[in-house]
Design a protein around this ligand. Structure first.
Ligand code: PEP
Length: 249
């Protein structure tokens, strides 16, 4: 499977900076002389349209960082999956730990967001992962398995969505699980998925949390890692380009 490298810009930058980054990636893509992975950039809402404009004729896709599951209505401050699709987004991050933590997002809301996105052909990137306390208590595998059960809809195909394993303690911390720990969780995810729906081991499973140019090659070489979800480093043109170039398939 062709790997996925997804950049989550979070609440960073200005319009000019977003445009500069998008233009920078576009020119690297145009000069690339090797097969590239799927590349998805997720800017803040106000910069989606300017970034989509720059990337419209390129293979780089754009995604939202979150979305409301209702089509429209009295939800001040929210943006719907329908609106994201309308402006040309192809992906949306759902259930990021920062949304779960700061906005108290529950599994039932996350599941509705996934269902609403899938209906529109917008591919959700579901984020799951354990806390440091859960990891220390030896519960990481159980937590991830139960998040898969509670967050995923009853039916989906491998093309409908992506799942990112993002241990909470690895996000923005500089701490990364060992390669064995990553592979153990990713293997479990594939196993749980295929036990649930036949063929769903083909759902792309990504790793996220303090990815950088140094650790990306080893992470991307793991058999069950179908890509990376990258936060901080996705705002650095040169280093993110190195991560993209570390893709193996
Ligand atoms: C993230 O927040 O999804 C993330 C992976 O962040 P970082 O790469 O900065 O750890």
């Amino acid at each position: 499977m062709q790997q996925y490298i997804i950049g989550n810009w979070k609440m960073n930058g200005t319009k000019a900076e977003a445009q500069k980054l998008a233009t920078g990636f576009l020119s690297r893509i145009q000069k690339a002389n090797r097969p590239l992975p799927h590349i998805v950039l997720c800017p803040s809402y106000p910069y989606l349209v300017p970034v989509i404009e720059i990337l419209k004729d390129s293979p780089i896709e754009v995604g939202g960082q979150d979305a409301h599951f209702e089509k429209s209505g009295a939800f001040t401050g929210d943006v719907s999956v329908t609106q994201l699709a309308d402006v040309g987004c192809k992906y949306v991050i759902v259930g990021h730990s920062e949304r779960r933590h700061y906005h108290q997002e529950s599994s039932s809301i996350i599941r509705k967001k996934i269902e609403a996105s899938m209906k529109l052909g917008l591919r959700p990137i579901l984020c799951i992962g354990e806390s440091i306390e859960e990891r220390k208590a030896g519960k990481a595998l159980n937590v991830v398995a139960s998040q898969l059960i509670s967050d995923l809809p009853d039916s989906f195909t491998p093309h409908d969505l992506l799942i990112a394993y993002e241990p909470l303690w690895a996000i923005g911390s500089g701490h990364v699980p060992t390669l064995e720990e990553v592979e153990e969780i990713m293997g479990l995810m594939k196993h749980e998925l295929s036990a649930r729906i036949s063929g769903s081991a083909l759902v792309p499973t990504l790793y996220g949390g303090s990815v950088n140019a140094q650790n990306a090659p080893d992470l991307l070489a793991l058999p069950h890692v179908d890509g990376l979800l990258v936060g901080g480093v996705s705002l650095k043109l040169d280093e993110f380009w190195e991560v993209i170039n570390a893709s193996q398939r």
